[in-house]
Design a protein around this ligand. Structure first.
Ligand SMILES: Nc1ncnc2c1ncn2[C@@H]1O[C@H](COP(=O)(O)OP(=O)(O)OC[C@H]2O[C@@H]([n+]3cccc(C(=O)O)c3)[C@H](O)[C@@H]2O)[C@@H](O)[C@H]1O
Ligand SMILES: Nc1ncnc2c1ncn2[C@@H]1O[C@H](COP(=O)(O)OP(=O)(O)OP(=O)(O)O)[C@@H](O)[C@H]1O
Ligand SMILES: [Mg+2]
Length: 245
């Protein structure tokens, strides 16, 4: 595991150098993926790395797991509360659509969730511009395959160090790096609405997704679901399509 950590550290250093950037930052949620990236960027850029805590409908001081991560990693951090910008943007959209008579309430939970992820992305890039840092993403192989991320939200980043790692491998790396137990053993959640759980929303467990990614036999219905998710979200893994010349 140490060898893999070292490889990723060197890779981050070389990509940042190649970009002419001075360091790297990551959004820290208190989940395991961003915890692993926090430790990696601290290792790659001890003096030029930053964690950004961006609670929505919560205070920075309430993000206890995220605070435990930056503290344990020794990562410099800032807290930027996005509740007000989120509420204002969401209301501006809603009020205009209600007035036009086109508001679709059943779509609003997902629309609002994706707005949260995209507001965080915009915030990260604003901070990155200030420091001349790159924005490091946290997507892993399971999320990438299933397209379980917001296009141009948490998917809108410069580098994706964990993209070839299954969730179990992220957990193993987290253990090796000394990530706090509360974070290691927590249920994966995008926390975009109350009680959200990745596995419940996907209708698949990470164990099943990981097994499939390893080429192991999984339940036929699960395999069908995985392939459907993958093909439906292909557009998220590509640059936007233009017409043929
Ligand atoms: N074929 C196609 N070609 C080009 N573009 C296409 C398209 N189909 C849809 N689109 C576009 O893509 C949009 C849908 O994609 P998107 O906006 O991403 O939205 P969508 O995939 O519907 O939702 C994002 C999913 O990711 C989950 N998520 C989000 C953020 C973080 C995490 C986490 O794990 O932390 C998870 C979230 O809970 C939700 O299940 C459509 O509104 C449309 O604009
Ligand atoms: N409150 C937050 N503050 C800062 N960044 C956040 C916040 N919520 C989400 N993010 C960013 O969005 C990313 C995607 O969230 P995701 O839930 O997939 O990862 P995670 O929380 O690190 O791990 P897990 O999937 O196990 O919950 C996070 O890794 C983080 O970079
Ligand atoms: Mg999470």
């Amino acid at each position: 595991m140490e060898k893999q950590v070292e490889q990723l550290t060197k890779w981050l250093q070389s990509k940042v150098k190649e970009a002419g950037a001075d360091g790297a930052l990551v959004g820290v949620s208190g989940g395991i993926d961003s915890a692993v990236v926090s430790f990696l960027i601290k290792r790659a850029f001890p003096e030029q790395s930053l964690g950004v805590l961006m609670p929505i409908n919560k205070k920075v001081e309430d993000q206890s797991d995220a605070l435990a991560v930056v503290e344990k990693a020794g990562l410099d951090y800032i807290g930027i509360e996005l509740t007000k910008p989120y509420k204002e943007t969401f209301s501006a959209v809603k009020d205009s659509l209600v007035e036009k008579g086109d508001w679709n309430d059943s779509k609003s939970q997902l629309g609002g969730a994706n707005l949260q992820a995209r507001l965080r992305m915009s915030t990260l890039y604003t901070v990155a511009n200030n420091y001349n840092y790159l924005v490091i993403g946290t997507d892993n192989a399971a999320e990438d395959y299933t397209g379980y991320f917001t296009k141009y939200g948490d998917g809108g980043v410069d580098l994706v160090p964990l993209i070839h790692m299954r969730k179990e491998q992220v957990r193993q790396m987290g253990e090796a790096l000394g990530i706090p137990d509360s974070v290691l053993h927590k249920q994966p959640s995008a926390e975009l609405w109350e009680g959200q759980s990745d596995e419940e929303e996907l209708g698949l467990s990470y164990d099943t997704i990981d097994a499939f990614l390893k080429g192991e036999q999984v339940d036929t219905e699960d395999e069908k679901k995985l392939k459907e998710l993958h093909s439906k979200t292909e557009h998220k893994r590509q640059v936007p399509a233009g017409p043929d010349l």
